[in-house]
Design a protein around this ligand. Sequence first.
Ligand code: FES
Length: 169
Amino acid sequence: MEEKQNEIATKEDIQLLDSIYKQNRDKDSIMIYLQKIQSEMGYVPQYAIEYLAGKTKTSESHMFGVITFYSQFSTKPVGKNIIKICNGTACHVGGSKVLGKKLKAMLHVDDENPTTEDRLFTVQPVACLGCCALAPAMMVNDKVYGTLTLEKMKDIIDFYKKEAENGDI
Ligand code: FES
């Protein structure tokens, strides 16, 4: 898997950062910059933190504090589709641990590298999705899938793969 954590920014990356900075300079908020970078780039790379630190005269450690505090930010590339697999009590009783393992195996990801090589999926464990009656459950982006089985999970993954092939996602 391509590791972008210590990647050197390309000319296009810097152009994108410049444009995000210029468009939001009047708002003067680290949160706004980080949200834009996360949404445009899919994550907040180290070079973006260094760039922002230089432009805004904010320390990199402060920015890391913000990034690690808010779950909306990631310093690693994330996939187009975020799969939240529930590990809460009801789902655990319903077999979510085994399903989660199978899902990760199916997508060739693990806890260290939760994003698929094609950046289509990122798997994230969550404590409870708030729909325990549907246990075991998972969420793909903002859609909940309940009473999961291995077969159902395969169908869901296939659905998102097909949508991506058709350019719908
Ligand atoms: S425990 Fe899984 S949805 Fe609540």
